[in-house]
Design a protein around this ligand. Structure first.
Ligand code: UDP
Length: 456
């Protein structure tokens, strides 16, 4: 009997770690439901992808040898990606057109709206995938529609947006306060909405329960299907075989050494610290984190990317080698899932936030820019799964502040409540993607439509 053709989805991420991870995970999830899925990624990042069950095909951003680092700045990179990406994505779709599995839909990173134009030129579906929270996506959507103007300047009152909790100045995405700080990125954030009304679907990597009120009140302007958390299945519902990591690592992970080290530590005793793939700390901030960790007396594992190593204070590595492990990169989820981890000091990138929530790890937010500031507010105030370390007048989280947060989260007055909330959200995240859960239903609706296109 001929196998039922369930559609072919090409998934296109922006080529950074925090974007490849959730889109690749979505591709795996679709493949697990019988859809043919192909990840289209830049030639430079292709070698970093290692997955089974889905196809991987190259496209070009114009910087095939060095990716973003090869471009001189964001503006040059994004323009080149649009020009070269549109052309090579179109060629890729064309290549499949005469095969047994023509492409039926392009699921593209919302940062790359030109991919929707390419999909429409080929007469196929286009779906935009947002990698930020619903809250943050909504804020940028309001700016695009002229309902919020920049720069957002708050003297004392919080910003009140229907459906969202009151947002104080420290909670706002940095581009709203300092639009001139990264003009190309701000333009990209706003361009997510430029042709969105032509998209056949909008997906958000969050889940209804997590941002329930936000999701309800924003659905008119940003009618997204919430399909998250896009975290490997081994940490949630287990319905994808052997799915323990995303399958993409732009840097070499030292996970085995880390696991061996963690295995020698008591349960919930280690602080895992990571600022994600893009944040570069100031020298001063690096020192404060370093001495805060040392003075806490706790065991810690700290991901310090090679480019940041020079900023570690003199003598720090030697003086903490009994207590700490510093690695340049690891499989973060595997670390968070280890019994020894008791707390996650995070920059609150959206993926890290979802990972902390999905694994039920109490968090300390040390956000630095972009959407991290808003995510950190939710960690502390809305979901109650951790604390947000407060910055001093110079924007630095001091070692005293970090120490205070570490004490409180590991063993302080609020510790039990935080742990209880963390367990609750872990369970809710699992439910959302499990059979019959809110995100699972949304994904199934999409898959059903690919199978029977006339019943949207
Ligand atoms: N990550 C990792 N190993 C590390 C540090 C981070 O695998 O040593 C992963 C992490 O699991 C997450 C992604 O990198 O999925 C970072 O995404 P996030 O949105 O948290 O932050 P960004 O890097 O985009 O600022």
């Amino acid at each position: 009997m001929e196998k039922e053709y369930r559609g072919h989805v090409v998934v296109l991420p922006y080529p950074s770690q925090g974007h490849i991870n959730p889109l690749l995970q979505f591709a795996k999830r679709l493949a697990s439901k019988g859809v043919k899925a192909t990840l289209a990624t830049t030639r430079y990042t292709l070698k970093s992808i290692c997955v089974t069950n889905i196809g991987v095909e190259p496209i070009s951003d114009g910087f095939d040898e060095g990716g973003f680092a090869q471009a001189r700045n964001e503006d040059i990179y994004l323009k080149s990606f649009k020009a070269n990406g549109s052309r090579t994505l179109s060629e890729l779709i064309q290549k499949f057109q005469d095969s047994a599995s023509p492409v039926s839909c392009v699921v593209y990173d919302s940062f790359l709206p030109w991919a929707l134009d390419v999909a429409k030129q080929h007469g196929i579906y286009g779906a935009s995938f947002f990698t930020n929270s619903a809250t943050v996506s909504h804020i940028f959507c309001l700016i695009h529609h002229g309902k919020l103007s920049l720069p957002v300047n708050l003297a004392s009152t919080p910003l009140l947006i229907p459906g969202l909790p009151p947002l104080n100045f420290p909670d706002l995405p940095s581009f709203l306060k300092l639009p001139e700080s990264y003009p190309a990125y701000l333009a990209m954030k706003l361009s997510q909405f430029s042709n969105l009304d032509m998209a056949d679907w909008i997906f958000g990597n969050t889940f209804e329960e997590l941002e329930a009120e936000e999701a309800r009140s924003i659905s008119k302007l940003w009618p997204a299907k919430l399909i998250g958390p896009m975290v490997p299945a081994a940490y949630l519902d287990g319905r994808i075989e052997d799915d323990k990591c995303y399958g993409a690592s732009l840097w070499e992970p030292f996970s085995e050494d880390c696991i061996k080290w963690l295995e020698t530590k008591p349960a919930k005793s280690v602080v895992y610290v990571s600022f994600g793939s893009m944040v570069a700390l100031t020298l001063e901030q690096m020192e404060e984190v370093a001495w805060g960790l040392k003075e806490s007396g706790l065991h810690f594992m700290w991901v310090v990317k090679e480019s940041e190593h020079d900023k570690l204070p003199d003598g720090f590595m030697d003086s903490t080698k009994e207590k700490g492990l510093i690695v340049t990169w690891c499989n973060q989820l595997e670390m968070l899932a280890n019994q020894a981890i008791g707390c996650f000091v995070t920059h609150c990138g959206w993926n890290s936030t979802l990972e902390g929530l999905s694994l039920g790890i109490p968090m300390i937010g040390v956000p630095k820019w972009a959407d991290q500031l808003t995510d950190a507010k939710f960690v502390e105030e809305i979901w109650g799964v951790g604390l947000r370390a407060k910055e001093d007048d110079k924007g630095v989280v001091t070692k005293e502040e970090l120490l205070m947060c570490l004490k409180e989260v590991m063993d302080g007055e609020r510790s039990q409540e935080i742990k209880k909330n963390a367990s609750k959200w872990k369970e809710l995240a699992k439910q959302a993607v499990s059979e019959g859960g809110s995100s699972d239903k949304r994904i199934n609706e999409f898959v059903q439509h690919l199978i029977r296109p006339n019943k949207k």
